[in-house]
Design a protein around this ligand. Structure first.
Ligand SMILES: Nc1ncnc2c1ncn2[C@@H]1O[C@H](COP(=O)(O)OP(=O)(O)OP(=O)(O)O)[C@@H](O)[C@H]1O
Ligand SMILES: [Mg+2]
Length: 482
């Protein structure tokens, strides 16, 4: 503008410059001479242009920052962006983040990051909000600067969080409230190892994006919560599916296993009821015995199925009684030896050391019955089955050794699963459902014991099934070998 310009021309130029500024064109030159009253107006306009430009750039940067932070979806991602991006605006050696819980009554630290491992504040710090200085920050909505934490602690020696961060070497802090749509969410803490790090300008910068940042953080929290819930629902769904699949396969196998005895009972009763066929008394009793055997088998199968479903549903109530181990074993071995005699197989019990076992006798008898009857069932006629009990530190170890085919490596992986009817087949036409060992596994686990099988990989060399049981209630915590 020429220095000889008239008063009106100079004013018109300033009006035009103001219009340019309004349009965001900050780079214009505004003459401030001659230094009369009008010139001073020009000078003020030029300073305004510089301030506006600075503010504009700052805002642009902050916008970029918030949109960058907003690109994170989960809370952890968003907080990491805050940690990485805020450095250009606010200085810090650590950023911490705490969430309000319990409808704003409690504050729990949730996340913190620093390059200095020594000043990492544990994730589990939590404190009451009532009457705390943090509550005042939330009420005012304005960040707080503490530029000399040592001095602050002398004034507020009851502040636990200050004691902790001082111990980690932090000297000054900027505490920023997060308030999303008028609802307090939590805090972001900027901390520095130096005194006097923070100035009012940092507060101003923070406040320009506080609202946006709070909403982003709250969004992240909700998304994270949803992700967690989704994972939980997914797990529950898988569990329900697993149970349904088990139930379906149970139904299928049970239906299959029940069909043949029912069909045979039906044909025998048809025969007995047909008036024209005159049966001899011994024929009649043979048929009736057939019905008895079949119904006993069906009842056994149904009881086994009920056991499995009851145990799966967590409804196996053990009645624990402390008993001499020898009593429990002698009675069971005697009963099974009588049954095995039909197959000319001998079942012997090796001398049992004195001592008690804490167990549900009915359930342990069920396990022993299955293991001993298996040893007889899958071994050739005229075999020998040995039962022995060894006392270890807190546990008993009971072993049942047979002279049968043993367990192949392939079968070993499946042997304790439901309906595992494997390569070994009964040697004398006995029934086999494939539930005995899976029930035994569950019963022994409920006692805090373990069950397993040792068998040489060479076929025909027999198998030794074993289980452990606690001697006292201490052992109930677990009877593993450690
Ligand atoms: N002592 C053993 N020697 C060789 N194979 C065995 C022995 N015990 C069990 N098995 C194999 O493991 C499978 C599962 O045994 P489990 O006791 O669970 O069922 P099961 O004896 O077939 O029927 P039940 O439900 O009447 O006990 C058997 O079908 C058999 O193939
Ligand atoms: Mg069995």
């Amino acid at each position: 503008m020429a220095s000889g310009a008239s008063y009106d021309e100079r004013i018109a130029n300033y009006i035009q410059a103001a219009e340019e500024l309004k349009r965001g064109n900050f780079g214009i030159s505004i003459p401030a001479s001659p230094a009369d009253d009008v010139g001073r107006l020009g000078q003020a306009l030029q300073e305004l242009a510089r301030t506006l430009e600075l503010r504009y750039r700052e805002l642009q940067n902050l916008n970029r920052l918030t949109s960058h932070i907003n690109s994170g979806l989960l809370l952890e991602e968003i907080l990491l962006q805050v940690y990485n991006d805020f450095r250009d605006f606010i200085p810090y050696d650590r950023v911490g983040f705490a969430l309000l819980e319990d409808e704003g009554r409690t504050l729990r630290s949730h996340w913190a990051k620093t390059e200095y491992p020594a000043i990492y504040l544990g994730q589990d710090y939590s404190g009451e909000m009532a009457e705390s200085s943090l509550q005042k920050i939330l009420n005012s909505g304005k960040p707080r600067i503490l530029n000399d934490l040592e001095k602050y602690f002398i004034q507020k020696p009851q502040s636990d969080s200050t004691r902790l961060i001082l111990k980690e070497g932090i000297q000054s802090s900027l505490t920023c409230p997060l308030i999303a749509n008028s609802v307090p969410v939590g805090f972001i803490f900027f901390s520095s190892l130096e005194k006097n790090t923070y100035v009012d300008q940092h507060i101003e910068i923070y406040q320009q994006i506080a609202g946006q940042l709070s909403v982003i953080v709250e969004k992240g929290r909700l998304v994270s919560e949803l992700a967690q819930q989704k994972e939980k629902v997914e797990q529950q769904y898988q569990e329900v599916r697993r149970l349904m699949e088990t139930q379906n396969s149970f139904m299928g196998i049970a239906a299959h296993d029940l069909r043949s005895p029912i069909a045979s009972i039906q044909s025998v009763t048809d025969l007995l009821m047909t008036a024209e066929i005159k049966l001899q008394p011994d024929e009649k009793s043979e048929f009736l015995n057939d019905i008895r055997v079949q119904t006993r088998h069906m009842l056994g199968l149904l009881n086994d199925l009920l056991d499995v479903t009851r145990i799966e549903a967590g409804k196996l109530d053990l009645i624990l009684i402390s008993r001499e181990m020898s009593d429990l074993l002698e009675e069971t071995v005697r009963r099974n030896a009588r049954l095995a005699a039909k197959k000319s197989t001998r079942v012997i019990l090796e001398p049992v050391p004195p001592g008690t076992v804490l167990a549900d006798p009915t359930r342990i008898r069920q396990v022993l019955d299955n293991l001993i009857s298996n040893a007889v069932k899958y071994s050739p006629r005229a075999s020998l089955v040995r039962v022995r009990a060894l006392q270890e530190e807190k546990c008993w170890r009971v072993e049942i050794e047979d002279q049968g085919p043993g367990i192949t490596d392939h079968d070993r992986k499946r042997i304790f699963q439901d309906f595992a009817r494997l390569s070994a087949r009964p040697t004398d036409g006995e029934k086999s459902t494939g539930l005995g060992l899976s029930i035994s596994r569950r019963v022994i686990a409920a006692h805090g014991g373990e069950i397993g099988v040792d068998s040489p990989s060479k076929s025909g060399e027999g198998a030794t099934f074993w289980f452990t049981l606690p001697t006292t209630s201490e052992g109930l915590q677990g009877c593993s070998n450690d």
